[in-house]
Design a protein around this ligand. Sequence first.
Ligand code: FPP
Length: 258
Amino acid sequence: MRSLFNRKGRKDSPTNEAPFQPSEAIPNHIAIIMDGNGRWAQKKFLPRVAGHREGMNTVKKITKHASKLGVKVLTLYAFSTENWKRPNDEVNFLMQLPVDFFDTFVPDLIEENVQVNVMGFIDELPPHTKKAVENAIRDTKDNTGMILNFALNYGSRSELLEATKKMAKKVQQNELTLEEIDEETFEKELMTASLGEFQEPDLLVRTSGEERISNFLLWQIAYSEFYFTRILWPDFSEEVLENAIGIYQKRNRRFGGL
Ligand code: FPP
């Protein structure tokens, strides 16, 4: 039997640890750091990009399931501002993936009433990637169900700096006073502003056993619940998502109160 203890000596989560209750609160906003594609491929003696391709299939599966469960926003960390440091071939593959994803999946998104949103420094993407995301946003803009929010060329520190610069400019131009700067006015400048009442993830998931945030939604996760699993992203399943939600449902969220 597989040990319940991981390399760090911590207990690993079996998938039936906290049975998910459809009748209890479903997190409105789930954000996922999809990690472990490369290791999944390496374990199978495949090139790293095979892991990314399989990871794309997992995105399709999890999008459909999250939408069925009634999740309002699913944010997926698909490419960080730091991922440009990877070898050119891998970066090129990752820039082609959104094209393939939307080419094959937009009809399903329309059928599921899912709306696509993309946050990140979109203007820095290669033209074919930028066009694919813009087309997907356009083609799903009338959908009223779950928002599938891709973080693409996204980095939270840069997002915060940009927001700060925009506010400073408004102050400089007398459009805003210092006294008017508060959490609400600041949030209007963040890349999550378009998510309205669901800007903050209720549940943040990271796969592959890594337990860090990697420059993801630093402002927005102030009160998020975290769920870490050793499962590699290509192996992530509907069952694991439900387990994460089951654990979330057992948490006592106090937002600093009692
Ligand atoms: C992290 O795994 C994963 C990424 C940097 C890319 C995530 C992309 C996908 C899951 C594909 C889906 C994307 C779209 C747009 C549909 P890693 O490569 O860091 O894995 P490792 O830590 O095992 O090397």
